[in-house]
Ligand binder design. Structure first.
Ligand code: CP
Ligand code: NVA
Length: 300
């Protein structure tokens, strides 16, 4: 039975913990001969309907390190851009390839792909979720600060972003608390927030959101597909910038994460993202190791 990874909740909490630990192990042994044959003679197809640097590079490098081939289809490359249905595409690609990695807008497009694909489908970002980012983020927290259970996490900025939603999903699975500092216009989706129960809080008070936090996270204020709303978003979110004052209100040893790409001077100041508390480049590198661990789980 094939397994998809459309949200973090497609894994059990035990599997999520195992993937995060395996990712750190793989990081130490990138070219271990035990793993270089996993995708020998197999192919992964990346169907990306939005731009990407980290996700594309990390999946293609992961595939190469596992001995497989990757085929990248950008929006203009496949017949989907000329109206071929997702269901036909899923059936055809999965008769030839062994794994589909898809980045898209509406999350339902991924669900349709998964429903009609005979091979695993991985969510490489949708409007609602970015679960691959969370694998790397959880690995990075673990490597810098240890066990995340009972930690205090603060997400400041656009609370409705896919990254924030995936962090909220992670809170109930890994048992940490998350406080989202965001204006009322950008609250996380209620159905995602309510599933996190008492571990989730939302506030429009940034100092309250980050008080005693072990980790402060932000994301771009205008994500892919939200370019037309940029001026309005910048105005409404300007009080939710992560700057030195905000980091100083968190725990003294707090770290800072951002999925990247970052817009210095908007959601985060340069002194924070380029400063000593920032772990953003470890976080970006860990995309590779975490996705290798995920591929092992889905493909072994
Ligand atoms: N963080 C992330 O997913 O980056 P890309 O958009 O570059 O893939
Ligand atoms: N929230 C951002 C994440 C980019 C990796 C977006 O959707 O554009």
């Amino acid at each position: 039975m094939k397994r998809d990874f459309l949200t973090l909740k497609d894994l059990t909490p035990a599997e999520l913990t195992a993937v995060v630990h395996r990712a750190s192990e793989l990081k130490k042994t990138s070219f271990n001969s035990a793993t270089t044959e996993l995708l020998r003679s197999r192919a992964i197809v990346l169907i990306f309907e939005k731009s990407s640097t980290r996700t594309r590079v990390s999946f293609e490098v992961a595939c190469a390190q596992f001995g497989g081939s990757s085929i990248f289809l950008s929006p203009g490359d496949s017949q989907m851009s000329r109206g071929e249905s997702i269901s036909d595409t899923a059936q055809i690609v999965s008769r030839m390839a062994d794994l589909i990695v898809m980045r898209t807008g509406a999350h339902t497009r991924l669900e349709t792909m998964a429903e009609h694909s005979a091979v695993p489908v991985i969510n490489a970002l949708s409007d609602d979720f970015h679960p691959c980012q969370l694998l790397a983020d959880l690995q990075t927290f673990n490597e810098h600060r240890g066990d995340i259970r009972d930690a205090k996490i603060a997400f400041v900025g656009d609370g409705s972003s896919n990254v924030c939603h995936s962090w909220i999903n992670a809170s109930s699975m890994m048992q940490f608390s998350i406080t989202v500092g965001t204006p009322p216009q950008y609250h996380p989706k209620p159905e995602i927030a309510s599933a996190a129960g008492a571990r989730y809080k939302v506030t429009d008070n940034v100092s309250e959101a980050v008080k005693d936090a072990d980790l402060v996270i932000t994301d771009t204020w205008a994500g892919m597909g939200q370019e037309k709303e940029k001026a309005e978003r910048l105005a409404l979110l300007s009080a939710f910038q992560v700057n030195t004052e905000v980091m100083d209100s968190a725990a003294p040893d707090a770290i800072f994460m951002h999925c990247l790409p970052a817009y210095r001077g908007q959601e985060v100041t340069a002194d924070v993202i380029d400063g000593p508390k920032s772990v953003v480049f470890d976080e970006a590198e860990n995309r590779l190791h975490a996705q290798k661990a995920l591929i092992e789980l889905l493909m072994s």
